[in-house]
Design a protein around this ligand. Structure first.
Ligand code: GLN
Length: 463
């Protein structure tokens, strides 16, 4: 459990985390370390404790920051050459809130460049390895954050989730991950991916820790107009209070195309829920099969718009050689973006272009509304939904790099709640025979995030 323990010196906590980061260096969880500043902060906190000052709920607790959050502490790269060497001019609201409670950032965690991907293989700085198997991916895009928690380097790490980037790596590494209700945590100071579905969340080892971190980060922020009034209570309800709730087990995600060991672990998790007093019933949502198609039209459209600001003029990388203004844009983007970023920019511009807009973008947005309606209908009957996070456990490094469609298929179970703005958490459900973790996904209505954590907690309490 994360507690600000005044008997242990912040300096010792930070040193220990930095040592562990070194010990597990070959996993490549981090793009850069924040060693000197982290130790300086820790010393300050220890001095303040010695003076009897109030130092906050996370005083001296080290954490890892996904490297698409801006912070005055050094450079934010978003794992792209475009921002290699980009000193953050501001600090993200979420980061400022954690730091006001005394949390200490020890390093910038690896991700797929601009959070495009499901394996961290799209990072300009190299791949992150799975905490349970060096030959496998840690998932993505927040792979570095998930592996850092799973390896015990830190007790919590920040991630961003647009279509699964927290939940899928959490599942692959056997830790907790949350994609909160859209609008829960301010996105101010985070590199934008797809603005209608970007959410900020975290990785932890249990439901109470997750609740603590989210209660600190959540809330209205004048700098992000999509943020909701704070609905997060400080304390998590006792798991038992969530009893007598009805949970729908999504049958569409347990059959064809799903690894039998994944299906088995999720069914086992359903049994644990029953043991805790919940009524679990299979439910079919045929519309979910369109979720991936909707996402891979809407999301690249928003990516194309968000990434157009990287032109080599305002900030970031600038090509050294060019003939004219168009050449400057083209060479800068060619050098600064990774192949996956370029693919999305091209798809996005295509689906938005006149002549194709109606057939793709508009149609996808209409289908998105149907998806939202289908969820609303199902939530009239069920309090929460349960399904896997991804169709299979962590795959081998290199296995899907040359097959973008196979990589996109990874997201088939995680993107539907994203398109509807719903909260969804990934909780460890068990392991395969080969020892690879499998995550179960709990999905709820908007702002039912804490209920999902309570449900997870009631299963935790059985262990
Ligand atoms: N894997 C998904 C994608 O590549 C989700 C990424 C994310 O949530 N940032 O788009």
């Amino acid at each position: 459990m994360i507690t600000a323990n005044k008997d242990i010196k912040a300096v010792d906590l930070v040193r220990e985390a930095l040592e562990k980061a070194k010990e597990f260096e070959e996993y490549h969880c981090f793009i850069s370390m924040n060693e000197a500043r982290a130790l300086e902060h820790a010393r300050e906190i220890d001095e303040r404790i010695a003076r009897g000052e109030n130092v906050g709920r996370l005083a001296g607790v080290p954490y890892a920051l996904k490297d698409n959050y801006l912070s005055h502490e050094g450079e934010t790269t978003a794992a792209a050459r475009m921002l290699d060497d980009f000193p953050s001019p501001i600090t993200a609201t979420a980061v400022a809130k954690l730091e006001a409670e005394g949390a200490i950032m020890i390093g910038r965690a690896n991700l797929d460049a601009y959070a495009h991907g499901s394996s961290t293989e799209n990072s300009y700085f190299g791949v992150t390895h799975n905490a349970h198997d060096m030959e496998r991916v840690a998932g993505g895009s927040s792979g570095g954050s998930a592996a850092a928690v799973a390896l015990g380097i830190v007790q919590f790490a920040l991630g961003s989730d647009t279509g699964g980037s927290i939940r899928q790596p959490a599942s692959y590494n056997g830790v907790y991950g949350i994609k909160p209700t859209f609008g829960t945590v301010s996105r101010y100071g985070v590199v934008a991916m797809a603005s209608s579905t970007d959410t900020m969340g975290c990785f932890t080892n249990n439901a109470d820790d997750m609740n603590l971190i989210m209660s600190i980060m959540s809330g209205k922020d004048a700098k992000d107009s999509t943020t909701l009034d704070d609905f997060w209570q400080e304390k998590l309800e006792d798991g038992k209070q969530a009893e007598k709730k009805k949970i729908g087990l999504i049958s569409d995600f347990l059959g064809d195309g799903v690894d039998p060991e994944v299906a088995k672990n999720v069914r086992d998790y359903a049994k644990k829920l029953e043991k805790a007093g919940y009524a679990v019933e299979e439910v079919s949502m045929p519309i979910l099969k369109y979720g991936l198609a909707i996402y891979y039209v809407v999301q690249p459209a928003e990516v194309a718009s968000n990434l157009s600001r990287y032109d080599g003029i305002r900030y970031g990388h600038r090509a050294a050689e060019f003939d004219d203004l168009d050449g400057l844009y083209a060479n800068t983007r060619n050098e600064g973006f990774m192949p996956e970023n370029k693919r999305r920019i091209m798809i996005g511009n295509f689906v938005l272009s006149s002549g194709f807009f109606d057939a793709y973008y508009l149609k996808a947005q209409k289908a998105r509304t149907l998806l939202i309606n289908a969820y609303n209908e199902v939530f009239e009957k069920y309090d929460a939904l349960l399904c896997p996070v991804a169709p299979a456990p962590a795959f081998k490094i290199g296995e899907k790099v040359n097959d973008p469609l196979a990589m996109y298929m990874e997201d088939v179970m995680s993107v539907p709640p994203s398109m509807a703005g719903l909260p969804a958490i990934s909780v460890p459900a068990g392991k395969t025979k080969a020892g690879l973790p499998v995550g179960a996904q709990l999905i709820g209505q908007r702002q039912s995030d804490q209920m999902l954590l309570s449900i997870a907690k009631s299963v935790e309490e059985q262990a």
